[in-house]
Design a binder for this molecule. Structure first.
Ligand code: MLT
Length: 346
């Protein structure tokens, strides 16, 4: 399995991506098509589920934003289900290794995947994807919506987004940006940024933005675009430079960080959505138990406060359902396919 070569070299060559990413971020894609065939699970009896430990698979490295959100909800979800939830990080290929593994797991509710926007972009990005996001998975519900930030190493010369643009334009061959693999949110955001400024930069790929953040803090890479769930503490501590948030409004937990729009790059608008999945064929009763536990976890005070402190928010109860989740996934697949195919054909 490998990403399309031309796309690997440069994805997102059109300004249209900016507009569509904004739609993606708000879940307002024009390709809405209703719930897909996987809704409803495989029927059958939950049979006392769960009677043992459940594993949540995270498709990126420990310590990164997807891992953070997963570990945050695993506690209250485990409490709601009356069983412990363990978190396992299965890194690689922009999250597709983990998704492929969960697609092959027993459809018994004991192996659950947490994934983000990358679930919808992978079918267009990877030629021989080992799974179909709609056919091979049963959705449980959406989890969070998370803004992104453009940040730089503490000793990286530029101090503002305008200075960053000037600097990277003048030093395109030497400036490096970190991302978490083809299809990762950090990659899409960085490509959108490059498209907006018309400059192609040198990518430093990681298996998650947890380790990418370590190297940014160490000055081994110059900048990256990443979710506020991974960047807020470092920004507030002054350990990295924050150039902009990629949302239309400022983020409450980062009141001093301007939006890309304020800085003259309003087309760089990116948001990340997360959802939980089990293998297709999982009995309805198990799906319902997981959805109910998710909905309970999203009302947990600690979950709400922690996410707010990190610039994010849980979705509303009506979005933490298989139907809403499948609709978002379908919309996003439809949204991204033509963009990615057009970029691949260049
Ligand atoms: C991404 O860029 O998609 C994420 O930051 C990946 C991660 O959770 O590490």
């Amino acid at each position: 399995m490998g990403p399309h070569r031309s796309l690997n070299a440069r994805l997102g060559a059109t300004l249209a991506i900016a507009v569509l990413l904004l739609a993606a971020c708000t879940g307002d894609g024009s390709g809405a098509s209703g719930a897909a065939a996987t809704d409803g699970g495989g029927g059958g009896d939950a049979g006392g589920y769960p009677d043992r430990e459940i594993t949540f698979v995270v498709p990126f490295s420990a310590g990164g934003p997807t891992d953070t959100v997963t570990r945050l909800i695993a506690g209250p979800m485990g409490e709601a289900l009356g069983q412990q939830i363990v978190v396992q990080n299965v890194e690689g290929a922009g999250g597709t290794v983990a998704a492929g593994q969960v697609a092959q797991a027993e459809a018994d509710g004991y192996t659950v995947l947490m994934h983000h926007i990358g679930m919808s972009t992978a079918p267009s990005l990877y030629e021989d994807l080992a799974y179909d996001p709609l056919e091979d998975f049963q959705t449980i519900g959406l989890v969070t919506e998370v803004p992104m930030t453009i940040i730089g190493a503490a000793d990286f010369e530029p101090n503002t987004l305008e200075e960053l643009v000037e600097y990277v334009t003048a030093n395109a061959d030497t400036v490096t940006y970190a991302h978490a693999g083809i299809g990762a949110a950090s990659q899409l955001c960085a490509l959108l940024f490059q498209d907006a400024i018309g400059v192609e930069l040198v990518a430093a790929p990681y298996e998650g933005t947890g380790p990418a953040m370590d190297d940014l803090l160490g000055g081994q890479v110059d900048f990256m675009c990443d979710q506020t769930t991974n960047t807020t503490s470092q920004i507030l501590a002054g350990d990295v430079k924050a150039y902009a948030v990629t949302t239309p409004e400022r983020v409450e937990s980062l009141p001093d960080v301007p939006t890309t729009e304020e800085e003259g790059f309003g087309e760089v608008q990116v948001g990340v959505w997360h959802g939980l999945y089990v293998p297709a064929g999982t009995p309805d009763e198990i799906v319902q138990a997981l959805t109910a536990a998710l909905q309970e976890a999203l009302t947990d005070e600690n979950v709400i406060e922690t996410l707010a402190g990190l610039g994010a928010a849980p979705v509303s109860e009506d979005q933490a359902t298989p139907e809403a989740h499948t609709q978002r996934l379908q919309e996003q697949i439809d949204l991204w396919r033509p963009i990615i195919e057009a970029a691949s054909a260049e």
